[in-house]
Design a protein around this ligand. Structure first.
Ligand code: PBG
Length: 345
């Protein structure tokens, strides 16, 4: 059957305005550097970076991590040097992660509540030495760096128990706030933790301590090198699929985010990063809240190994991070933060 008239496009007007070759040549705008700069839609700046730092026990130590080339664990005395570097490079925030000595780990992760654990000591020192400096410190709320089984919560009857874990997480968050933590970042994926932590913070005089919820965190295969760095890899039994999200799902990300926003999250994280750009975009278009992305350890190691083996150029780092900006992320947690700051200069 023949159609009468022209095909109707939904946006007829724009289709007409676009025109066609040879009058239209999209390459014209790309001809020179100045023109490309004029039409640039997204860009990466040091303001977008969050720099994760691993802390280890001992004095004057810089430990390399086998699965993460160029990333190190630092003892607390070296932290001032790191903070100076971040300040100099205008990196707005550092995220602290501990490598807890094995002897301090147990099934309940009680070391998380020790006011002299690595994170607390680090917070105290940074907050004392850089009191009036413009830099944020963020800390994970989760038990995996402290438990002998490597899970993020307390195990009862072979299951990470949600409500018992919540009690500990609230205490962990309060302790971190007391030690001067600026941004509390629950990465544990227990239900209801944002609301309980917000209430506890408010009740104890920490109304202005921010919460960055790892709202959308997938049970991912890309976390391996991180677990190596914090020392939970060997001990981890099984997987985290009973609390972290199934990577086959995306609608569920909206429910997770909605709940955390309702419970008082100031910003939300999507994690991992590059394989989940669709999720960043989905969350960003559905909610008017700052969305952060985590370029996780496995992503880092892949790119880093590519650069080390001369398969990739250093510029691929920037390209990988701009992808997050395009997808709608306000900031990116990346192990490349200090290197990127140098490149951007
Ligand atoms: C712990 C935590 C993990 C990461 C950040 N916080 C690992 C996990 O959930 O097993 C991963 C970060 C990375 O891979 O870079 N709750």
């Amino acid at each position: 059957m023949k159609r009468k008239g022209k095909i109707k496009y939904k946006s007829d007007l724009t289709m007409k305005n676009i025109g066609s070759y040879p009058e239209v040549r999209l390459r014209r705008n790309r001809k020179s550097e100045w023109s490309r700069r004029l039409v640039q839609e997204n860009s990466l700046s040091t303001n977008d970076l969050i720099w994760p730092i691993f802390i280890c026990d001992g004095k004057n130590k810089t430990e390399s991590i086998k699965t993460m080339p160029n990333v190190y664990r630092y003892s607390i005395d070296s932290l001032d040097r790191i903070v100076e570097k971040a300040l100099k490079n205008k990196i707005p925030m550092i995220a602290l992660f501990p490598n807890t000595p094995e002897i301090k780990k147990n099934a309940k992760g009680t070391e998380a509540l020790n006011k002299n654990n690595l994170i607390c000591k680090a917070l105290k020192q940074i907050k004392k030495n850089y009191k009036r400096k413009d830099i944020g410190i963020m800390c994970d709320v989760a038990l995996d760096p402290y438990t002998s089984h490597g899970h993020d919560g307390i195990i009862i009857d072979n299951y990470v128990n949600n409500d018992q874990t919540l009690k500990v997480l609230v205490k962990q968050a309060l302790l971190q706030a007391k030690m001067g933590c600026d941004v509390i970042a629950p990465s544990d994926m227990m239900d209801g933790r944002i609301g309980l932590i917000r209430k506890a913070l408010d009740k104890n005089g920490f109304k202005n301590v921010q919460i960055l919820s790892y709202a959308v965190k997938y049970a991912s295969n890309f976390y391996g090198p991180f677990r190596d760095a914090v020392g939970s890899k060997k001990s981890l039994k099984g997987d985290k699929k009973s609390y972290q999200m199934d990577f086959n799902n995306s609608e569920e990300a909206l429910r997770e985010t909605l709940l955390d926003i309702k419970e008082g999250a100031d910003f939300v994280m999507v994690k991992p990063g590059m394989p989940y750009l669709d999720i960043i975009k989905l969350v960003k278009t559905n909610f008017k809240i700052p969305v952060f992305a985590y370029q996780v350890s496995g992503e880092y190691s892949l790119i880093m190994n590519g650069i080390k083996n001369k398969i990739l150029k250093e510029a691929s780092i920037i390209e990988s991070l701009v992808a997050f900006k395009r997808a709608g992320a306000s900031a990116i947690v990346t192990y490349f933060a200090d290197r990127v700051a140098k490149i951007l200069k």
